[in-house]
Design a protein around this ligand. Structure first.
Ligand code: SF4
Length: 284
C-alpha cells in the first residue's frame, strides 16, 4: 500500500470519528516491508494523525534481540500503542517459534506486558514439534476448535471441510445486514479495496476512487447487486444464480461464510460480479 493511500485512509477515519479512530497495521505481514511501514508511520506522525492502536506481526523477522529492540523502539517513538503477535499452528507451520518467543520477551521488557498481546498465549510455550508435525491437519482442526475461526479466505478451503456439518438449506434466511452494518471496522488491502469487517474479498469500494469517510456516508447495499443479495438474503440468496451457472453445492458447509466464500470462488472464476468480488489474491 502506498504511503499516500495509507495516509488517506487514516485521515478519512479521523474525519469520521476523530480521536476514536483506531488504526491497525496488519497483513499479510507488515514487517516484510519494514522501511515502508516506518515511512507511513512517520508521515502519520508528521500530520498529527494520532496514535496507532495496534501493529500485528507473526514475528518471522525477530531472530536477533538487538534488531527486535531497535525496531520496537522505533515503533514506540512513532506512536504504536500495542503490538499483537500471531502465534498458532497455522503460523508456526512457517515461522520459527523461537523468533516469536524472542519478540514477545523483548517486547514485554521494553513496552510492558499490557502492550504486547499474543494470539494465542497457549502456543507460546509449546515445542515446535507439537505445533507443526506430521499430523498437521489434526493440529489445525484442534486449534480451530479451541479458537474458532471465520471460514473465509484460505480457512474456507480444506480446514472448513473438516467442520462441514450443516446442510445448505439451513442457511436460508441468514442475511448479512448486521455483518455489514455492525462490523467493528473495515479492512483496506494494498490495492485500496475496502472490505467490511472480516468479509475479505467482497469489495465495498476503493479508496483510490473515493475517500473512505465518503464511502461510508454513501454506502447503500442497493448500489451493488452482490452486496444487496448478501445484505437481504445472505449467501443462500446467491445459490439459484450459481446453480444455473453450473455450481455444484457441497453436501454440507461449516458455516454461511464457508458457503459464501465457496460461491464467490465459483463466481470469480466465471467472471461474475466483477465489481464486488476480488482481488484475485483473496481467492487464490
Ligand atoms: S456470509 Fe459472506 S457476506 Fe455474510 S458475513 Fe460471511 S463472508 Fe460476510
Amino acid at each position: 500500500m502506498s504511503v499516500d493511500v495509507a495516509i488517506d485512509c487514516w485521515q478519512g477515519l479521523r474525519k469520521l470519528v476523530g480521536d476514536a479512530a483506531k488504526v491497525h497495521f496488519t497483513g499479510g505481514e507488515p514487517f516484510l516491508y519494514w522501511e515502508h511501514l516506518v515511512d507511513i508511520l512517520r508521515e502519520g506522525k508528521r500530520q498529527n494523525l494520532g496514535l496507532i492502536d495496534l501493529i500485528e506481526t507473526n514475528g518471522f523477522w525477530a531472530s536477533d534481540e538487538k534488531i527486535v529492540r531497535d525496531r520496537l523502539k522505533v515503533l514506540d517513538d512513532l506512536g504504536m500503542r500495542r503490538l499483537k503477535v500471531s502465534c498458532d499452528p497455522f503460523h508456526q507451520e512457517f515461522v520459527d517459534i523461537e523468533n516469536v518467543r524472542t519478540l514477545v520477551e523483548v517486547g514485554r521488557d521494553l513496552l510492558g506486558s499490557e502492550r504486547v498481546q499474543v494470539r494465542w498465549e497457549e502456543y507460546l510455550g509449546q515445542s515446535s514439534d507439537k505445533l507443526s508435525n506430521d499430523g498437521q491437519t489434526d493440529v489445525f482442526v484442534s486449534s480451530a476448535k479451541d479458537y474458532p475461526v471465520r471460514f473465509t479466505g484460505n480457512a474456507a478451503g480444506s480446514l472448513a471441510d473438516n467442520f462441514a456439518d450443516k446442510a445448505v438449506d439451513s442457511f436460508a434466511g441468514c442475511d448479512c445486514s448486521s455483518a455489514f452494518l455492525g462490523a467493528k471496522g473495515v479492512h483496506v488491502d494494498p490495492h485500496g479495496n475496502v472490505f467490511s469487517g472480516t468479509c475479505s474479498g467482497i469489495i465495498i469500494g476503493n479508496v483510490r476512487d473515493k475517500p473512505i469517510d465518503q464511502m461510508w456516508k454513501d454506502f447503500s447495499p442497493e448500489a451493488n447487486e452482490l452486496i444487496e443479495i448478501l445484505f437481504t438474503s445472505g449467501p443462500a440468496g446467491l445459490l439459484k444464480k450459481a446453480t444455473a451457472m453450473g455450481y455444484s453445492a457441497k453436501a454440507e458447509y461449516a458455516s454461511k461464510c464457508h458457503l459464501c466464500t465457496d460461491l464467490r470462488k465459483f463466481f470469480i472464476e466465471k467472471g461474475e460480479f466483477k465489481a464486488a468480488i476480488g482481488p484475485v489474491d483473496c481467492y487464490s
